[in-house]
Design a binder for this molecule. Structure first.
Ligand code: UGA
Length: 438
């Protein structure tokens, strides 16, 4: 099939490369000329395991091109809208500027009978508005909502082998034809047995925000239990293991620690609250306010724990190494990164903070230019009064506490992700503290 992907950020670039890998002819469109130049040369403009290989192969094979000219989308059988929907600066609501701009630019190039599929996470009701605008210009084209559930760090696998496909389509023959088009696009994952759910557009829009709200709630639930474990003398990691063995609960997304960040969960739960308010249904999701505040409390609690581990030495002037800047491992994304936020909070209280990360340093420098950065763990921990592990990269989980012991001024470690083996660190002579355990 001929496919266009409008918006080539974390979502669109991966979608474009994966669609070409599935055998389609794909053009990726983005307004950022630098990003387009990188992608056109087969280079991934951000860190995503597996993506550089797919891009290079598809570009070299001639199945994947990138351009800033949206006219190149003309002639596609299916167009995918993959632009960002960040939080608005002045409220909790989603900023739909990019969706509206991308859709408006694409509109004159949509050919009769084709499908325009929204993938961005949008407030419920957005698809209806876009569908009306499409009907005015090209009545035989169909607007569908086809939410994306990929996780950064696993984006290629999640796109090529998704755990489900959701199509939000209109009723009647237009909807049926759109289903056939999407089935052709996703023929390979469907042949592998991927469940595919066909529903209406509002449900499809809601599926995405409901899924992210559930995940955020699960994380904040275990972090609330961590608060209780701390005051009651319990251990939240053991509690999570025990309740997670109940199949109805499940152990995944029950890792207590510094909480969730990134470009999705925080802004999605806020946008959901804002949209529910517009629909006069705010009580239905008012619990998300609590989910958000539990999550944000983790960051200040991490600062308190750092003050505590210093054992009377003032935070002002203390040298602190922060291991991790990305919002999670296997990503260079620092959007709403809990790790970077804690680093900035400590610095604001006059600590001398040095941050390191295997992939996110360039982005971190842009976001928090006043922080000090180090290329390696060894450099970051040199002579510090405390080490904070705030993003659980594998190389941090596997650190040798014996080796680091000789580099620091004082062997104090705070495990913000419950990612280290407390006994191993204590045995090596470290004072170990963590969120939600003793
Ligand atoms: C999230 C969803 O998991 C994807 O399904 C969704 O498609 C995506 O948002 C999106 O809306 O585009 P992502 O933001 O890549 O994916 O990251 P997650 O793996 O969900 O992690 C989110 C945050 O939760 C991270 O900061 C992570 O450290 C934190 N987390 C995760 C925990 O604190 N504890 C856990 O047990 C799991």
């Amino acid at each position: 099939m001929r496919i266009s992907v409008v918006g080539c950020g974390y979502l669109g670039a991966v979608h474009a490369a994966c669609m070409a890998t599935l055998g389609h002819d794909v053009v990726g469109v983005d307004v950022d000329a630098g990003r387009v130049a990188d992608l056109a040369a087969g280079r991934a403009p951000f860190y995503e395991p597996g993506l550089p290989e797919l891009l290079a192969e598809a570009v070299a094979g001639g199945h994947l091109t990138f351009t800033t000219d949206v006219a190149a989308a003309a002639g596609a059988d299916a167009h995918f809208l993959c632009v960002g929907t960040p939080q608005r600066a002045d409220s909790y609501a989603a900023d739909l500027t990019y969706v509206d701009a991308a859709f408006g630019a694409l509109l004159p190039h949509v050919r009769p009978g084709s499908v325009v599929a929204g993938k961005s996470t949008v407030p419920v009701g957005t698809a209806a508005g876009l569908a009306a605008a499409l009907a005015d210009v090209e009545p035989s084209a169909t607007l569908v909502w086809n939410p994306e559930f990929l996780r950064e760090g696993f984006a290629v696998k999640d796109t090529l082998h998704p755990d489900r496909l959701v199509y939000g389509v209109p009723g009647g023959t237009a909807g049926q034809r759109a289903v056939e088009t999407l089935d052709e696009v996703y023929a390979r994952p469907i042949a592998e047995g991927t469940p595919r759910l066909v529903t209406d557009r509002p449900t499809a829009e809601l599926v995405k925000v409901a899924a992210n709200s559930f995940l955020a709630t699960k994380i904040s639930f275990i972090n609330a239990m961590a608060e209780l474990c701390e005051v009651a003398g319990g251990d939240v990691t053991q509690l999570a293991d025990a309740i997670g063995l109940d199949e109805r609960i499940g152990r995944r997304f029950l890792n207590a620690g510094l909480g969730f960040g990134g470009g999705c969960l925080p802004k999605d739960i806020r946008a959901f609250m804002a949209r529910a308010e517009e629909l006069h249904a705010d009580p239905a999701v008012s619990f998300l306010r609590e989910v958000d505040s539990i999550n944000l409390r983790r960051r200040e609690r991490m600062v308190d724990l750092t003050v505590g581990v210093l054992d009377g030495r003032p935070l002002a002037g203390a040298r602190i190494a922060v291991l991790g800047a990305a919002f999670k491992p296997d990503s260079d994304d620092v959007r709403d990164s809990p790790a970077l936020d804690v680093a900035a909070r400590l610095q604001a209280r006059s600590a001398r903070v040095v941050v390191t990360d295997p992939q996110a340093l360039a982005n971190a420098r842009l976001k928090e230019p006043h922080l000090q950065y180090a290329a390696t763990v060894e450099e970051a921990v040199d002579g510090v009064d405390a080490v904070l592990v705030l993003t659980e990269w594998r190389e941090y989980r596997e650190l040798d506490p014996g080796k680091l012991f000789g580099l620091v001024a004082a062997p104090r470690v705070v495990d913000g992700r419950n990612a280290l083996d407390p006994q191993a660190w204590r045995d090596a002579g470290w004072t170990y503290r963590a969120l939600g355990r003793q």
